[in-house]
Design a protein around this ligand. Structure first.
Ligand code: HEC
Length: 151
């Protein structure tokens, strides 16, 4: 069975939790869709290290995911421009990385116990730093829409 777990995650109120998260990470105390810092070279370098150790085994050293990911449940999707990671705003990416998807019938372990908040922001910032400019710009707009409450 192919579980649309992202819809499930959204269904359990990720928007609310996500904006608290964003507020905390940004130190603003209010909501906000932008958490990642793909232009912060030091953070991105740290994120690359985190990625190699924790994510590459499934999502691929080159971010290309596992063959058959579109059709086979449990295969890790790519994090490059060919996947759909960039379709989701920052708070959702942070949440998925923290919680994983196992509890929702998916195959990804949660990293909340192993990675600090800053490591999670670092690894996702690294992933974003690898996207082409136009995908990054689109993702910025997705974050802005999400901050404005339009999902
Ligand atoms: C054991 C394999 C595995 C590891 C290790 C893993 N993932 Fe995943 N990840 C998956 C799978 C499989 C999915 C797709 C959802 C599902 O089927 O459970 C996924 C989905 C995701 C998504 C959602 C992508 C989308 O397009 O919606 C994000 C973000 C993500 N992973 C980030 C990470 C990060 C960051 C790490 C390392 C810290 C990581 N993953 C490590 C297997 C893994």
């Amino acid at each position: 069975m192919k579980v649309n777990w992202m819809a499930v995650v959204v269904g359990v109120g990720i928007a609310a939790v996500g904006s608290i998260w964003a507020g905390r990470l940004l130190g603003t105390g209010s909501g906000g869709g932008t958490i990642l810092r793909p232009d912060d070279a030091r953070l991105v370098a740290r994120g690359e290290e985190v990625y190699r150790k924790n994510c590459a085994s499934c999502h691929g050293a080159d971010l290309r995911g596992q063959p058959g990911w579109q059709t086979t449940a449990g295969k890790a999707p790519p994090h490059d421009a060919t996947g759909h990671t960039w379709h989701h705003p920052d708070p959702m990416l942070v949440m998925v990385t923290r919680q994983g998807t196992v509890r929702r019938g998916g195959a990804m372990p949660g990293f909340a116990g192993n990675l600090s908040d800053e490591d999670i922001v670092a690894v996702l910032s690294y992933i974003k730093s690898r996207w082409p400019d136009e995908i990054r710009a689109t993702h910025d707009r997705i974050n802005a829409r999400y901050s404005a409450g339009a999902g």
